[in-house]
Design a protein around this ligand. Structure first.
Ligand SMILES: Cc1ncc(COP(=O)(O)O)c(C=O)c1O
Length: 383
């Protein structure tokens, strides 16, 4: 079958279409569907960018792998946050957003027919990028009873001599589940023993609504010998989704394989964007992150109160800006979300859009203005 035909259908098409029609019909639609921060990038960062962009030295091709200074700042930030020393030359690679790196990773690791272990439920890119590289996704379940965490024993039974990669994503989209160090260690040990790469998508590692410390895969593995890689992103950290900047940190062999693919596909991140990212990850990091995350805390409370009143239960977490909630009726996720839009003019995401394991759940994103979140809460209360 042609590769493109193997890509799964985009499950949100029907909801997207219904949303557009409702807006066109003049309805006051509240959209808590997409996980794209509504708030602007902090003004300090925009000012750094404004300066950088007028420097003509930045107008030429950037260094494909990321500038020395960018990779050094990433390594320093990583050590400060996770207490792990990494070598900016061997272990860090700049990315045009973490999605870009995640999507290219299978091209670096797979031959036709190789297998990739992907979570059901999960960010759809893990599956689509496997298929585009000619590989076969093998799903492993994430279920509520296990706190939406992978079970190492069950996973080791899915490993074959064709397994090349396993995707994890903690903190997790859509559930908000957080992994502990022990799980990362078990996965890294299994990957080392069975000779496949383990990846953690850490796009939400700084999106914490309390003061808990984020955990990295690299704190619980040996970057020098184990085939590990972790994907970081400035998108959600600093309301920079449109800027397209992130980085991978990992084992030298894995990082250089990904770099080899990228050298043949893209030409790096605009240097002015890298310079802005350096500022953001540098000395101002703590203040900036506190400023960006603060609005989500009251928003979450407003939504949680409304859900409680409506008798809707949720998966408890203080991580990510999502609320993973149970469909309170016997409708499918899709039917429930379609009805929310039709009756309440409220967009939320059906859980099965992240895989069959999400059936019976829906995701609420807190990335809308406070007044819109308040309005959504009113509508949820009247369910
Ligand atoms: C789980 C997860 N990983 C990665 C990404 C990609 O983020 P970016 O490419 O903006 O870094 C997203 C975006 O929503 C995501 O939800």
């Amino acid at each position: 079958m042609p590769r493109l035909d193997r890509l799964p259908p985009y499950l949100f098409t029907a909801i997207d279409q219904a949303k557009k029609s409702a807006i066109a019909a003049g309805k006051d639609v509240v959209d808590l569907g997409i996980g794209d921060p509504d708030m602007p990038t902090p003004v300090e960062l925009v000012e750094v960018m404004a300066k950088s962009i007028s420097n003509s030295a930045n107008h030429q091709y950037p260094d494909n792998k990321g500038s020395d200074s960018f990779r050094k700042i990433c390594a320093t930030w990583f050590e400060k946050r996770f207490n792990v020393k990494i070598d900016s030359d061997r272990h860090v690679l700049a990315l045009i957003g973490s999605k870009e790196g995640l999507a290219h990773l299978p091209l670096a690791l797979l031959d036709e027919g190789d297998e990739v272990l992907v979570p059901d439920i999960g960010y759809p890119v893990y599956t689509s990028s496997t298929l585009l590289a000619g590989g076969n996704p093998v799903e492993y379940p994430l279920s509520e009873i296990d706190g939406f965490l992978p079970q190492v024993e069950a996973i080791s039974k899915l490993v074959t001599d064709k397994t090349r990669l396993l995707h994890m994503n903690y903190p997790n989209n859509p559930t908000g589940a957080v992994a502990e160090g022990k799980l990362f260690k078990q996965m890294a040990d299994l990957a080392f023993k069975k000779d496949f790469v383990v990846s953690n998508d850490a796009a939400y590692i700084e999106v914490n609504l309390d003061d808990s410390k984020p955990v990295s895969l690299l704190q619980h593995s040996d970057i020098e010998i184990q085939p590990v890689i972790e994907f970081h992103s400035l998108s959600k950290m600093f309301n920079m989704t449109g800027w397209r900047v992130g980085f991978a940190v990992g084992n030298e062999r894995v990082v250089s394989a990904l770099n080899k693919v990228k050298q043949n596909i893209d030409s790096g991140i605009f240097t002015a964007v890298q310079q802005t990212a350096e500022y953001a990850l540098g000395n101002q990091f703590d203040d900036l992150i506190a400023q960006v995350m603060a609005p989500y805390i009251p928003r979450k409370k407003v939504i949680m109160d409304a859900l409680t009143e409506a008798g809707i239960s949720i998966f408890p977490t203080n991580s990510t800006f999502y609320v993973w909630a149970k469909v309170p009726t016997d409708e499918t996720s899709m039917a429930f979300c379609a009805r929310m839009l039709e009756e309440k003019d409220l967009v939320v995401t059906p859980g099965n859009g992240f895989g069959n394991g999400g059936e019976g759940w829906f995701r609420i994103s807190l990335t809308a203005a406070d007044s819109r979140v308040d309005e959504a809460a009113e509508r949820l209360r009247s369910l």
